[in-house]
Write a protein that binds this ligand. Structure first.
Ligand SMILES: *Cc1c(COP(=O)(O)O)cnc(C)c1O
Length: 433
């Protein structure tokens, strides 16, 4: 049997950085990544036999927990019938029906294979529909790694340049590719003009830690888009089917023109989706001039897994998730307070964040110290406290994301006992920070 270090060394020789997605390399926390041998429910076990209570859950792709029996059975059955055909299948229709039924205002959806593909395609659609070039995004929001959206992105893009003082961005993205991308600070409604095709936003920002929208931000975006005839796009790759049955649309009461989904709806398999009204979607090929395609789009294994997941996500499932997240957030807050560590643990529905702070927040601050935009997030990250917290928790059997720009993803498999074990670990680690 191989150790984590042996696998990492082998990986480093044949995979850049030893990983297939940068955050996994532990660069912003230091040390050797654990290689997962298996996962079950709330737990993952690494190749050395260490078990962790897992709050990464594939960055939110795994809302039922790992290897849930309904997903395993659905995928196994589907695999036996053939894994891809290049012809439509019933699963695609059922999956689209399920998604459309849940999201108020969305009439049609197209399935793709990742969140990146969903946002890239939706941007192309918005430009095609409006005949305009410009896109507006917000600093610290992550929308996948297509060129036009790799400007001031959060998540791993922010980590890759940590400490260099450079603007989060990527080599290989030409000035031309982002020339029509306009970046604004999160939580401030920008003034738009009639060159803007689309405003893309994470309705609850979850790729720069967890930054909730301020009152009036999403409604203000809706009004400003309407004023100039721009489309509003909610990137719900994290919030979709996680904040509640109707995702961020249901949660906020603000209805965008375009939606992007991913993560949860794949049940751990590669799936994304973008949707809109039937009128807007009629611009997509084969009905309209905006081309979009995919060999594995609507893949039978992925739709089987997605349908299995959605079948579990009723209102009571969200109540359970929120209860778990609330116990986790409240308990972590208390652990930090008792240890005299200045930190704030924001929660939105079942999403939980963590920001270390320079000082205990002023009692008059209505956000209790929760950052409002990327600049305030970066100031928290720059305190440099996350790596010690991460490793302390890992040593106590709790797996958090290996980077300060991510959030915690309690799943339906996390029990009260899991949360209590997590809080016991936090009470042990917090005083050492
Ligand atoms: C993860 C994420 C994406 C990209 O999805 P991939 O499946 O990793 O390509 C896009 N937008 C948001 C909000 C995300 O969290």
């Amino acid at each position: 049997m191989s150790t984590n270090d042996e696998l990492y060394q082998r990986g480093l020789r044949v995979i850049p950085g030893g990983v297939n997605s940068p955050v996994r390399a532990f660069r912003s926390v230091g040390g050797t990544p654990y290689f997962v041998a298996s996962g079950s429910g709330s737990r993952v076990t690494d190749v050395e036999g260490r078990e962790f209570i897992d709050y990464v859950q594939s960055y939110g792709a795994s809302i039922l927990g790992h290897a849930h029996p309904v997903v395993v059975d659905a995928v196994r059955d589907a695999a036996g019938r053939g894994s891809t055909f290049g012809a439509p299948t019933e699963g695609e229709v059922r999956m689209a029906e399920e998604i459309v039924a849940r999201v108020p205002g969305m009439e049609q959806v197209r399935l793709v294979s990742s969140g990146t593909e969903a946002t890239m395609s939706a941007i192309r659609l918005a430009r095609g529909v409006t005949g305009r070039d410009r896109i507006v995004k917000f600093e610290g929001n992550y929308h996948g790694h297509s060129d036009a959206l790799l400007a001031a992105a959060g998540s791993g893009v922010a980590e890759a340049v940590l400490g260099t003082g450079a603007r989060p961005d990527s080599g290989g993205v030409t000035a031309g590719a982002v020339a029509d991308t306009v970046v604004h600070p999160y939580n401030v409604v920008p003034t738009l003009d009639d060159t803007v095709a689309v405003v893309i936003v994470e309705p609850v920002a979850a790729n720069m830690g967890l930054v909730p929208p301020v009152d009036g931000f999403l409604t203000g975006l809706r009004a400003e888009c309407d004023r100039v005839g721009a489309l509003l796009l909610f990137d719900e790759v994290i919030t979709g089917f996680r904040l509640g049955v109707g995702g961020a649309t249901g949660w906020s009461g603000v209805t965008p023109d375009l939606w992007c989904f991913g993560k949860v709806i794949g049940g751990g398999l590669p799936v994304g989706a973008f949707g809109a009204s039937a009128a807007v979607m009629s611009s997509i090929a084969p009905l309209g001039p905006v081309y979009q395609a995919g060999t594995l789009s609507g893949n039978p294994l992925a739709t089987a897994a997605g349908l299995a997941v959605l079948s579990q996500l009723d209102a009571s499932a969200y109540e359970r998730l929120v209860a778990t997240a609330t116990a986790l957030a409240d308990g972590l807050s208390a652990a930090f307070a008792d240890a005299g560590v200045a930190a704030v643990v924001p929660r939105v529905g079942p999403l939980v964040g963590l920001f270390f702070l320079p000082d205990t927040p002023d009692a008059s601050d209505p956000r209790g110290g929760v950052p409002v935009d990327f600049a305030t997030v970066a100031a928290s990250v720059d305190l440099g406290r996350y790596p010690a917290w991460f490793h302390g928790m890992l040593d106590h059997g709790i797996a958090l994301a290996p980077g300060p720009y991510e959030v915690m993803f309690p799943s339906l498999a996390h029990t009260d006992a899991d949360v209590e074990a997590t809080l016991a670990a936090a009470r042990a680690v917090a005083p050492t920070l």
